[in-house]
Write a protein that binds this ligand. Structure first.
Ligand SMILES: [Zn+2]
Length: 271
């Protein structure tokens, strides 16, 4: 048997046609009304991949061309799978950094230039983050703190010592808090009744189509952003941790499938 990291498992489901996936199961034992179809399909796909990889690959997985994203400084090399669950490389946490939005919007050349620059000052992140921030500002005119762009990739055994009981408690609490927030004011209710499933609009620059809430686009976006960050995003993360702990904590699947997907055997543990 072979093992992969959670982030590689997530990459597999993201390389499948999530919009048209047809999985008739429940995301959780309590109904959740604020996920859109794409979000629901992503959650159900990861659940199925963990529960029954064979079924996932025969029934659900439909590879689509994924547009290369320029979001991170380090671009993933060929993913690999491990045959030893305690392999150091499987369990290593590694850091990545988000490329600031201003740079990404300038296109591929700017992104490449940023990556080259980043590599040349990368050492500062460890020895003196303040100097790094100053250099970032001097070179690119961007003011941010390092924490804001840091992205920790979880290794295989990264559970924050969670138990299934705790996870279920947290999931239920988040669903209830989201419900209370919905009814907390007439403003929340008006905006969320129309847009809770479309909370990603909070991050978009364009005008909101069909905004009949009686509140300005700006007010709608700022509330949606808050709602997404406070309830939806943490809930998705908790659900995925719960599926994993409940169904397939080691993310174990057949090496054959992974070979076909273009994974390489790890050269530390899999000979
Ligand atoms: Zn390995």
């Amino acid at each position: 048997m072979s093992y992969i990291t959670l982030s590689n498992a997530m990459n597999i489901i993201k390389s499948s046609d999530l919009k048209n996936a047809n999985i008739r199961k429940d995301v959780y034992e309590i109904p959740i009304y604020f996920f859109n179809r794409y979000e629901e399909n992503a959650l159900l796909s990861i659940k199925e991949l963990l529960d029954s990889p064979e079924n996932y690959f025969t029934e659900i997985y439909k590879p689509v061309k994924v547009k290369e994203k320029h979001n991170f400084v380090y671009v993933g090399s060929q993913p690999c799978y491990h045959t030893e669950y305690d392999c150091q490389r499987l369990n290593a946490n590694y850091k990545n950094y988000e490329i600031p939005r201003d740079i990404r919007e300038k296109g591929k050349n700017a992104v490449d230039a940023f990556r080259t620059w980043f590599n040349s000052v990368h050492y500062l992140l460890e020895i003196d983050p303040d100097v790094f921030v100053a250099r970032l500002y001097a070179r690119w005119g961007i003011l941010t703190n390092v924490k804001a762009i840091e992205f920790k990739n979880s290794g295989a055994t990264y559970f924050e010592n969670e138990s299934i009981g705790n996870l279920k408690f947290d999931i239920t609490s988040l669903i209830k808090s989201a419900g209370r927030f919905y009814y907390a004011s007439s403003k929340n209710k008006a905006i969320l009744a129309a847009f809770s499933k479309l909370s990603f609009l909070g991050e978009k620059d364009e005008a909101i189509q069909n905004n009949k809430t009686g509140f300005s686009d700006e007010e709608v976006k700022s509330l949606l952003k808050y709602y997404h960050q406070t309830f939806k995003k943490p809930l998705k993360q908790k659900l995925i941790q719960y599926y994993r702990l409940d169904l397939n904590p080691e993310i174990e699947m057949s090496g054959n499938i992974l070979n076909k997907l273009g994974f390489n055997p790890c050269n530390t543990c899999a000979n």
